[in-house]
Design a binder for this molecule. Structure first.
Ligand code: NAD
Length: 477
């Protein structure tokens, strides 16, 4: 089946080329996607522009919202089939894939019901004037998403954009985009007019670069690596187009000596092993107050050693790494840490029967990691946790904020004053206290500080981010 959706029609790439899709559980190809070209991107942008001038642009907010909510229902109806597609494409356990599909439905329910709740303002001005500030869509929006949560990202980026009336061009990841294709089919079935959503599968340096550099787009949003994020910002800046960037992190879990250990340990382990650590907001640094460091790490190590890795059908704690390149990158971090003498405190294990050619990595817990070690500073994007002791509150803040990233942080303490002080001083877009949500629910604004990016997705703030305002000044005398 063709995987490009342009002007409501599914079609192959303009030059007929395709990309093989590999199963991360055995490294073997099982299908292909179309390799979209710059010409396909141009057609997709033109189709989006035409939609804004046509049925889609004329729809009321209520009508748009109804389509999105109907789509939410269709996702729920087809949830098991979509979860299977997602699990095969990414290797994630079926339970995780099922939860991801529930989350996609939530995005469309939430933003579908919010579409007609966004109001403008009326400003008191000079006598004889009526001034309104109305909220309007950006126009054509470009959406570049990664492979770690392809279905969830589809919802996170498209639901608020469509709710606000933008016409979208989506370039999903070449490493995992099959759920997005199925979702786009269902969105058309829900009644979305042709051209309101266009999907161009293909490589980042081809279709992705052509999209972000296209002079016809009015806004771009990107989730992925910091390196590509900067390229996206450069490309959009050339056309003075705003962009939102979500670029990952090195999120600290900060554990004080009054922690509720039984509550904290399973959540801390899950925060780095969930989705095989391929989560932008994974809790990848564990900072523990020095007087409980040994006893606390003992408990974390025991829990870590029990983590099991397997195929989607085995439905264990985590699945494989998404592709060979990432598999080698994650193993590179583990090998380097061992070679440089960082103590390996525990490893999870691979289930019996996983294919030897699959990209499975046994989760690894290291500590104490020197503060300037590569493992303490760089994003691994795998199930590797770097533990470090700290002295007191001041030292914890210094260590937590020393990262170039600033996406999410977790604080574990029963001391109310300390909870407030930490929340105030941590330089991250989200702070979790005595819990950890890895991004949290659809209701919670999400995004980075520093090198983790800028702009906010999720929650009502996404509706502001994915729209702009127009000030209308009327003189009535
Ligand atoms: P990437 O940044 O290369 O890819 C993300 C998306 O950007 C994909 O859709 C890709 O096709 C597209 N892309 C790539 N080059 C592009 C370009 N020049 N112009 C426009 N779009 C382009 O990420 P990756 O190579 O898949 O993963 C590498 C690293 O990125 C990981 O190790 C991890 O650190 C990070 N990452 C972060 C997230 C996140 O959620 N923040 C997700 C995936 C990967």
């Amino acid at each position: 089946m063709a995987t490009l959706l342009i002007n409501g029609q599914w079609r192959a790439a303009s030059d007929g080329q395709t990309i093989p899709v590999l199963d991360p559980c055995d490294g073997k190809p099982f299908t292909t996607i179309d390799r979209g070209t710059a010409a396909d991107i141009d057609a997709a942008v033109k189709s989006a522009q035409a939609a804004l001038d046509g049925d889609w642009g004329r729809m009321t907010a209520t009508e748009r919202g109804r389509i999105l909510m109907k789509f939410g229902e269709l996702i729920v109806k087809n949830a098991e089939a979509i979860a299977k597609i997602e699990a095969q494409d990414t290797g994630k356990p079926m339970t995780v894939a099922r939860n991801d599909i529930v989350a996609v439905a939530r995005y469309f329910e939430f933003y579908g019901s919010a579409a007609d709740k966004i109001h403008g303002e009326q400003i008191p001005y000079l006598n004889g004037y009526n001034v309104q500030v109305v909220r309007v869509p950006h126009g054509v929006t470009a959406h570049i998403i990664p492979w770690n949560y392809p279905a969830q990202m589809f919802g996170r980026t498209l639901a608020p954009a469509l709710a606000m009336g933008n016409a979208c061009v989506l370039k999903p990841s070449e490493d995992a985009c099959l759920s997005g294709i199925k979702l786009a089919e269902l969105l058309m079935e829900a009644g979305l007019p042709a051209g309101a959503l266009n999907v161009v599968t293909g490589y980042g340096h081809e279709a992705g670069a052509a999209l972000t550099a296209h002079p016809g787009i009015n806004f771009a949003t990107f989730t992925g690596s910091p390196e590509v994020g900067v390229m996206v910002q450069e490309a959009t800046a050339k056309n003075a187009v705003p962009c939102v960037l979500e670029l990952g992190g090195k999120s600290p879990q900060i554990v004080f000596n009054d922690v509720d250990v039984d509550k904290a340990v399973p959540i801390i382990v899950k925060a780095i092993t969930q989705n095989a650590g391929q989560t932008c907001s994974a809790g990848s640094r564990l900072l523990v107050q020095e007087d409980i460091y040994d006893s606390f790490m003992q408990r974390v190590a025991e829990a870590f050693a029990k983590v099991k890795v397997g195929t989607p059908e085995m439905d264990l704690d985590c699945g494989p790494i998404v592709n060979k390149k990432q598999f080698e990158r994650v193993n590179g971090f583990i090998d380097h840490a061992i070679a440089t003498g960082v103590p390996l405190l525990a490893r999870g294990s691979l289930a019996d029967g996983v294919a030897k050619d699959g990209y499975f990595v046994a989760p690894a817990l290291f500590g104490a990691v020197p503060r300037d070690h590569k493992l303490a500073c760089q994003e691994v994007f795998g199930p590797v946790l770097a533990a470090m002791p700290f002295k007191d509150e001041e030292d914890a803040i210094r260590l937590a904020n020393s990262s170039e990233f600033g996406l999410v942080s977790g604080v574990w303490t029963e001391n109310g004053g300390r909870q407030q002080r930490m929340a105030a001083r941590l330089q991250t877009g989200q702070v979790f206290i005595n819990c950890y949500g890895a991004g949290g629910g659809v209701e919670l604004p999400f995004g980075g500080m520093k090198r983790s990016g800028h702009g906010r997705e999720k929650g009502f703030l996404a509706l502001e981010e994915f729209s702009t305002t127009k000030t209308v000044v009327l003189h009535h005398g």
